[in-house]
Design a protein around this ligand. Structure first.
Ligand SMILES: Cc1cc2nc3c(=O)[nH]c(=O)nc-3n(C[C@H](O)[C@H](O)[C@H](O)COP(=O)(O)O)c2cc1C
Length: 301
């Protein structure tokens, strides 16, 4: 089978998820192409397509919706993999618009999975939480791919979360309003141009006065520039209080024996206690697939 993983990723979590899904398909003997948003691709040559995106305000990012709209009509099987910072059902129907468009074009949904990964907005997750989410990801991708290949993959019931998805479509105009308010603080900025070079939307440019600016209709508010700025020089307009700066550092966290990834468990208190339901479901899924618990395996090393 030829599998296409077509995705948008701001700060790398969806890309990471796509790469673990790709590995799982490849291990089962399938051919996989990972193609990021905005890179042209001919979908007609694939047997199965995975569409992946980070959830933005209970929706898919507008830029990703536009890419789906541009797809040709085709009788293809597809699945969604979506990544977000909190596991609550309020995020369930983020793909409702995409699913409607794809159905109209003749595509058939065969699965849908929500993967929990750290926030790139609001606040930075603690290191043990990030490590826990990161360690779970490959195992969950493996289980999802096994289910897709056996035709038994989970789908998500959208339910009442449709209301939130509908109301928060207002977020689609937020980048347009926010971009003119973004400033690249000259006293801090070293003009390394990392933000300009890496923007997935090519939304950052130098104006006639040689100042960095963000194009309002191109920006997807994906937070790649703010997360990765080495000197935290970007004031991100009205979103600035919610800015998270600094790479997740998964590779370092994985090696760091002092960061205990068994953070969210039955004894967890506070906000992350609410994440237990998600992890309980994922543990049950892994058990059903006879995939070792990634936290137990990690701690046993
Ligand atoms: C503008 C914006 C809105 C977001 N809205 C949500 C949300 O509604 N629910 C949620 O759980 N996470 C939300 N997030 C967090 C991202 O989904 C999460 O950090 C994800 O891991 C990012 O994936 P990426 O690295 O592939 O961009 C939002 C992030 C941004 C930038």
């Amino acid at each position: 089978m030829r599998v296409l993983l077509r995705f948008f990723s701001g700060t790398g979590n969806t890309r990471l998820c796509a790469s673990f899904l790709a590995k799982a398909f490849q291990n089962a003997g399938h051919e996989v192409d990972l193609v990021e948003q905005n890179v042209p691709v001919d979908v007609s040559t694939y047997d199965l397509i995975g569409f992946g995106y980070p959830i933005h305000a209970f929706n898919a990012p507008k830029t990703f919706v536009n890419q789906i709209k541009a797809l040709p009509k085709a009788a293809k099987d597809y699945f969604f993999f979506k990544v977000s910072g909190e596991p609550f059902p309020i995020n369930n129907s983020s793909s409702v618009t995409l699913a409607r468009i794809l159905k109209q074009k003749g595509y058939r949904k065969v699965g849908e999975k929500h993967f929990l990964m750290p926030y790139n907005i609001v606040f930075r997750y603690k290191d043990p939480v990030m490590k826990q989410m990161y360690l779970y990801l490959p195992a969950l991708c493996q289980a999802f791919v096994e289910d897709l290949l056996s035709g038994k993959a989970e789908t998500i019931r959208y339910g009442p979360s449709r209301i939130m998805t509908f109301l928060f479509k207002i977020e689609w105009i937020a980048p347009f309003c926010n971009a003119p308010l973004v400033s690249f603080r000259p006293k801090k900025c070293t003009r390394c141009m990392k933000c300009l070079k890496n923007c997935p939307q090519q939304a950052i440019y130098l104006n006639k006065k040689d100042k960095l600016k963000i194009h309002p209709t191109k920006c997807a508010m994906c937070m790649r520039c703010t997360l990765n700025c080495p000197v935290d020089a970007i004031r991100f307009g009205i979103m600035n209080p919610w800015k998270v700066n600094g790479d997740y550092g998964y590779a370092k966290l994985e090696k760091d024996a002092f960061v205990n990834p068994d953070y969210i468990n039955a004894n967890t208190k506070g906000y992350f206690k609410l994440f237990n339901k998600y992890f309980d479901r994922q543990r049950a899924l892994l058990k059903a697939h006879k995939i070792p618990d990634p936290i137990e395996s990690h701690l046993a090393k």
